[in-house]
Design a protein around this ligand. Structure first.
Ligand SMILES: NC(=O)c1ccc[n+]([C@@H]2O[C@H](COP(=O)([O-])OP(=O)(O)OC[C@H]3O[C@@H](n4cnc5c(N)ncnc54)[C@H](OP(=O)(O)O)[C@@H]3O)[C@@H](O)[C@H]2O)c1
Length: 325
């Protein structure tokens, strides 16, 4: 099969498309032909090795995992003898988890993994995007923020993958939503359902006074300290980037949470995917996609994600080859 391989830390051109052996599914596993995956800021961090925290996970000197990519959508093409819930031909989507390997034509998934059948009519690219943004935004808002109907939530980075999904979800949860983005994305964020949109090039959202029950900085561009005044006294600050200082939390006595949602149990992710795709089916949720790239263009996809200004998801479509029986 073809895969995007990274065997040294470096620029997007460090990625090479290479023929590698197709993995074999075990008895409780299935082989999924990947049609679409997404390139995320995590993939970029695991490819360029610039953050020490990424190297803790992906190897101090060279990438431990040669094939990146987590969120995927595709078709089951082979099942192990013990697989009961899935069959050849099923359209599926999910998250490969910490072992990544979705930037390839095929990947092996456990039947008990973070994988669900796709409802009819959901495109592979949109499904893969939701498996990234949805599986992060939902646990943050529901479990960490415990967002309630009527509460005021601010989503910073509202035009990103997590941000666009968070705006949708927060609206669906009945919250009053303020989205923060730059001028060119203001209309998009409004169209996603934000009650108010702040253009960060013109206004500093942290200047507000006790305005929000939840501040979800999806892109880690603010800080807990800077957001304190804008949070209500019982409000909570949420961040998917590990920037929180324990001493700051102790000193202020205020509430903040970081969570590594990508490391949640596969069964919990699968349960959330069922819910997320149900909302898609009911047209309460949709994935925003900036652009779809071919596998051969994956370096360009990485370069775009690395700018920090993508809108929604950057999808990579895999070349489809037929499987021998
Ligand atoms: N903790 C976890 O388990 C977990 C899981 C998934 C992802 N993450 C992390 O979460 C972060 C966000 O991921 P993502 O894929 O949603 O990011 P993303 O899509 O790459 O975010 C891009 C968006 O951020 C906006 N942005 C850039 N600078 C901004 C600023 N100063 N203020 C407000 N918005 C700004 C951009 O809007 P403009 O172009 O308009 O500026 C752009 O639309 C990444 O760091 C990722 O690694 C963590």
């Amino acid at each position: 099969m073809l895969a995007a391989i990274v065997d040294r830390y470096g620029p997007p051109e460090a990625l090479v498309i290479r023929e590698v052996p197709t993995p074999e599914p075990g008895p409780e596993q299935m082989l999924v032909q990947i049609h679409a995956s997404v390139v995320t800021p995590s993939d970029v961090a695991f490819r360029n090795g610039e953050l020490w925290i990424a190297r803790l996970f992906s190897g101090p000197f060279k990438p431990r995992l040669p094939i990146l990519g987590d969120a995927f959508a595709g078709t089951v093409v082979r099942v192990g003898a013990g697989v009961t819930g899935f069959a050849v031909g099923d359209r599926v989507a999910g998250s490969t988890g910490p072992e990544l390997a979705a930037h390839a034509q095929f990947a092996v998934l456990d039947q008990a993994g973070a994988i669900v059948k796709l409802p009819d009519g959901v495109a592979f690219g949109a499904a893969a995007g939701l498996c990234d943004g949805g599986l992060t935004a939902l646990p943050f808002l529901r479990d960490n923020g415990r967002l309630q109907a009527g509460q005021h939530v601010l989503i910073n980075g509202a035009s990103g993958s997590i941000g666009t999904t968070a705006v949708h979800l927060a609206r669906a949860m009945g919250a009053v939503v303020t989205g923060v983005t730059s001028t060119r994305n203001v209309e998009l964020v409004r169209a996603l359902g934000a009650d108010r949109v702040i253009d960060y090039t013109k206004e500093d959202f942290t200047a507000a006074d006790a305005a929000y029950d939840v501040i979800f900085d999806t892109v880690g561009k603010s800080s807990f300290a800077r957001c304190l005044a804008a949070l209500k006294p019982e409000g909570i600050y949420l961040s998917p980037t590990p920037m929180l200082s324990p001493s700051m939390l102790r000193k202020t006595g205020r509430r903040a949470r970081f969570a590594a949602t990508g490391l949640r149990r596969p069964a919990d992710k699968a349960k959330d995917l069922v819910q997320l795709f149900d909302w898609v089916r009911q047209e309460k949720l949709r994935t925003v996609i900036e652009r779809e790239y071919e596998l051969a263009e994956i370096a360009a996809a990485h370069a775009r994600v690395e700018t920090g200004h993508k809108v929604g998801s950057i999808v990579v479509n895999m070349p489809v080859t037929s499987m021998e029986p």
